[in-house]
Design a protein around this ligand. Structure first.
Ligand SMILES: Cc1cc2nc3c(=O)[nH]c(=O)nc-3n(C[C@H](O)[C@H](O)[C@H](O)COP(=O)(O)O)c2cc1C
Length: 315
């Protein structure tokens, strides 16, 4: 099987394998640029950054690649507008909005000729996105890491989304190998988005502790948590998630970073702690299939394995 190039705005993604945006600071310029250098689409996660930090990260990414670079911002953060506008100002190749979207962002994208791609988990939201001006949609199933918009498997929702819209559909959630990509292509996807697989890459800048925690994860370690933004999230079991299930964590200080927050705990602080290597008190987001990945590879080798695997699969 072969991946066909995907045109997004003025850019052509030679191999439409998107690296999913991962906050806080899990997918930064080095990872995104490495993916872009392989012909895929790299994504810098803007959530948890200031607009200036995001601008600097985009510039760093541009200095590392001529390839296709995007930005992901969670709709739930208060500085969503400022972050998206900072990315558009830097002439980013695409913007992905996670866990929600607004009518305005499609207008900003249209004015600046920057493709806007919401993450959706139903045919209904895909249809609304297309009407509002989305250039593509990422359809995410329950296997994904981070915040979840559904409890249904990707391969069940994908055909529904495919028949609901004409814009490109990018499939996300639980894809870690060529088999997963082939299945998504058969169900009509124009591209795929992988996140968990790329955490276990040499170019991902998270701490060694974070990567080791991923490497040791077993199937039963992948759990669902209740995020203060009001959505479920997929993460790895650790002392922090244990406390969370007993509702024994509170909030020490709050800078009002989220539009809506139930203040059970500070999610951005918890994600920051994980990124820095505190696997006891940090929140370690992960996709469902983490336990099937057992080695850290260079992004180039991840791409090589995916593409050679696809070559061996019949149409
Ligand atoms: C550590 C981690 C952090 C994530 N952070 C975000 C995020 O900030 N915004 C977002 O839209 N999705 C986020 N996601 C979801 C991914 O972008 C992606 O769509 C999903 O994880 C794909 O499933 P996979 O991890 O099984 O490949 C995150 C996923 C992980 C594993």
């Amino acid at each position: 099987m072969k991946l066909s190039p995907l045109t997004l705005g003025e850019k052509i993604i030679k191999l439409p394998i998107f690296q999913g945006g991962m906050a806080v600071r899990v997918s930064l310029a080095p990872l995104a640029a490495a993916v872009a250098n392989c012909g895929g689409a790299g994504t810098i996660a803007g959530t948890g950054m200031s607009p200036q930090e995001l601008t600097d990260e985009i510039r760093k990414g541009r200095s590392l690649t001529q390839g296709v670079l995007g930005v992901n911002v969670l709709f739930a953060v208060n500085n969503f507008t400022e972050l998206v506008k900072a990315a558009i100002h830097e002439k980013i190749d695409f913007v992905v909005s996670g866990a929600g979207f607004s009518r305005d962002m499609f207008i900003w994208g249209k004015e600046a000729n920057v493709p806007i791609i919401p993450i959706v988990s139903s045919a209904k939201l895909a249809r609304i996105s297309e009407k509002l001006g989305a250039s593509a949609v990422v359809v995410e199933g329950k296997e994904a890491g981070g915040h979840l918009g559904t409890d249904r498997p990707l391969m069940e929702i994908l055909p529904e989304v495919r028949s609901a819209v004409k814009i490109p559909v990018i499939a996300a959630g639980g894809i870690i190998d060529a088999q997963g990509i082939a299945e998504a292509l058969r169900l009509g996807a124009d591209g795929v988005q992988l996140a968990t697989r790329f955490v276990l890459s040499e170019e991902c800048t998270v701490s060694e502790n974070f990567k080791n925690y991923y490497l040791q994860a077993k199937k039963e370690d992948v759990v669902l948590i209740k995020s203060p933004v009001g959505l479920p999230g997929r993460a790895l079991k650790n002392p922090f998630t244990e406390l969370m299930s007993k509702e024994e964590i509170g909030i020490e200080s709050c800078d009002g970073c989220l539009k809506v927050c139930n203040q059970d705990f500070c999610i951005l602080d918890a994600l920051r702690r994980a990124e820095k290597g505190d696997t006891e008190r940090g929140l370690i987001f992960s996709g469902e299939n983490i336990y099937k990945i057992n080695e850290i590879l260079s992004v180039r080798d991840i791409f090589k394995n995916l593409i050679s695997g696809l070559d061996k699969i019949k149409e």
